[in-house]
Design a protein around this ligand. Structure first.
Ligand code: ADP
Length: 540
């Protein structure tokens, strides 16, 4: 028997329309390419999104067209999120730090018709345009008089493009499960793969993400969105912030420690979203200049493992609670969060920090399990670890344009992460399956070893890679960046690690680097180090 309630085919434009009615004056603040601070609000963002949607329709664009952005976090990018998806087209966010060959592959694979491009990325597109087969128009995110001289064909400024758009445009009723956004995985192994989100999956994800047991978003918060809008829809923030009437502040190009610190203090930021490397820079700046983070209450950190030392420093030096989140492009992205509970607050601090260093518990809607190589479920006892599988309403079924599903017959998607789950439901990432180090038949977690190493007072960042070894199959090699950039005694690192990890986990070699290779989304590019040092132990 069917229920008697109304059928629901959401259009995400309903979110910005809601914000327009209920929170029209809530601010949207962007640091522009010029360095200027631009202020608008949800009321204006809504009207300008309507104008964009209407202008797109007038120019012949229609439902199902894929329109890309190559853009920073800014109010215009937010308008594109709503204008493009709301009129039924697909908002494809391109990562501007991609290797040009990958960008060409992705744009052609997606068959993007328009690229909305931020001024600094015009030269990149100029160099690629002859290889782009589907792009008809380049809309440059600037005023009419800021449009640069360019060899790009068919360019127009964003402001001129939306000028004739209709302020009273009304959004279409969409098909059930209509697509709204497209994001490609970073493709560290093989070609990047597209994940095509739907309006329904996006709305459900956003509603759940904001819940008190998930990210605990509060109407009074004002959020610094450091996580880029090109990466997994900025973790859903561009949707759940307007849904809940929360001020968003966007840092633009300036993401160094001093710029982030000033923006947090000037805008009274209470919550900040970003990957661990960003917060290392912020904490480093505060440490060196004896500064406190005064308004900030919480940081939401995900995308890579979070060291205990970072959790401790935020808490003890700044009274800021670090909330860890785990997820992936294929999951919209949120799977688990580690929100502080009353039980945690009653624990001794160091015990709490260890629990906070776990990836957290699944949010409502997401199921997680761990499996052995034969696909059998492993016990949730905090000890056993295996392949982490997930399923839920905002987890992909198949990759964009693939001819087969990416999930098993019961809908489980294999994340490629190795994890444990304890009896209270807390999941801890042991490693990426491809990064775990197999030494003498046992496993070493590169993440645990890295996290232990960055607790050393003179070390800023660490990366551990398993390299082929004639006797043990693989042995760990540790790469470190010190606070000062100068080498320190290797023995002091080994002594420091001695009581923190098993003896056989200690790295056979330590290499000092000036910086570690990071990918476009802040993840360590371990394959680069593996490639360079691959034969190190074999040749000894
Ligand atoms: P990619 O496109 O590289 O897959 P994603 O952002 O989708 O980029 O990356 C997802 C992966 O990032 C996860 O599978 C996991 O390995 C890693 N990751 C995300 N959050 C965390 C976390 N809190 N702790 C450890 N690893 C994480």
């Amino acid at each position: 028997m069917k229920g008697d309630m109304q059928s629901w085919t959401p259009n995400i434009a309903g979110i910005i329309e809601h914000a327009n009615k209920v929170f029209p004056d809530v601010e949207v603040v962007s640091k522009l390419v010029s360095g200027e601070t631009h202020r608008t609000n949800y009321g204006e963002v809504c009207i300008r999104s309507r104008k964009l949607a209407s202008a797109l329709e007038k120019n012949g664009y229609k439902e199902g067209d894929i329109l890309a952005t190559l853009a920073l976090n800014s109010y215009r990018h937010l308008e594109i999120y709503y204008g493009v998806s709301g009129m039924g087209a697909v908002n494809h966010t391109l990562n501007f730090r991609l290797h040009p060959d990958q960008a060409v592959y992705i744009i052609n694979h997606a068959e993007d018709k328009i690229i909305f491009c931020e001024l600094p990325f015009v030269p990149l597109l100029e160099s690629l345009q002859d290889q782009l087969h589907s792009v008809e128009k380049f809309i440059i995110l600037c005023e009419k008089d800021e449009l640069p001289e360019s060899s790009l064909k068919n360019t127009i400024s964003y402001e001129e493009f939306i000028e004739d758009g209709d302020e009273d445009y009304s959004w279409p009723q969409l098909q059930d499960d209509a697509a709204c956004g497209l994001c490609y995985t970073s493709g560290t192994t093989g070609d990047p793969k597209g994940v095509l989100y739907s309006h329904k999956s996006t709305v459900l994800h956003s509603m759940t993400a904001a819940m008190p047991v998930a990210l605990d978003i509060n109407r009074k918060d004002s959020i610094l969105m450091v996580v880029p809008m090109f990466h997994v829809m900025a973790w859903g923030l561009p949707y759940f912030a307007p849904m809940n009437g929360i001020k968003i502040v966007m840092p633009g190009m300036q993401m160094d420690g001093p710029s982030l610190y000033n923006q947090i203090e000037n805008e009274n930021i209470t919550m900040a979203f970003g990957v661990p490397t960003i917060w290392m820079q912020l904490l480093g700046h505060c440490r060196e200049n004896n500064l406190k983070l005064n308004s900030l209450n919480k940081t939401l950190v995900g995308g890579a493992a979070v060291p205990v030392s970072m959790i401790r420093e935020f808490d003890e030096e700044h009274d800021v609670t670090l909330v860890q989140g785990w997820g992936m492009t294929e999951m919209s992205p949120l799977g688990t969060t580690n929100i502080i509970t009353d039980e945690m607050l009653s624990m001794p601090k160091e015990e709490r920090y260890l629990l906070q260093a776990k990836a957290g518990r699944p949010i409502y809607g997401v199921e997680i399990d761990i499996r052995d190589e034969e696909g059998n479920s492993l016990p949730h006892d905090g000890e056993a670890y295996g392949n982490l599988v997930v399923r839920g309403p905002w987890i992909l079924q198949r990759y964009f344009k693939a001819d087969h599903d990416a999930v098993d017959e019961n809908g489980w998607f294999d994340t490629g992460d190795i994890s444990s789950i304890d009896k209270d439901g807390y999941m801890a990432i042991v490693d990426r399956a491809k990064d775990v180090i197999k030494s003498g038949g046992e496993w070493i977690s590169s993440i645990d070893l890295e996290n232990a190493t960055v607790g050393h007072p003179e070390i800023a960042e660490a990366c551990v890679v398993g390299l082929p070894h004639p006797k043990w199959d693989e042995r760990p090699m540790l790469f470190v960046v010190t606070n000062t950039g100068n080498d320190i005694e290797k023995q002091s690192i080994l002594d420091f690690l001695n009581d923190k990890v098993a003896k056989w986990w200690l790295p056979d070699e330590i290499i000092f680097l000036k910086e570690l290779p990071h990918g476009a989304t802040g993840k360590l590019q371990k394959f680069e180090l593996r490639k360079e040092y691959n034969n190190h132990y074999m040749e000894k």
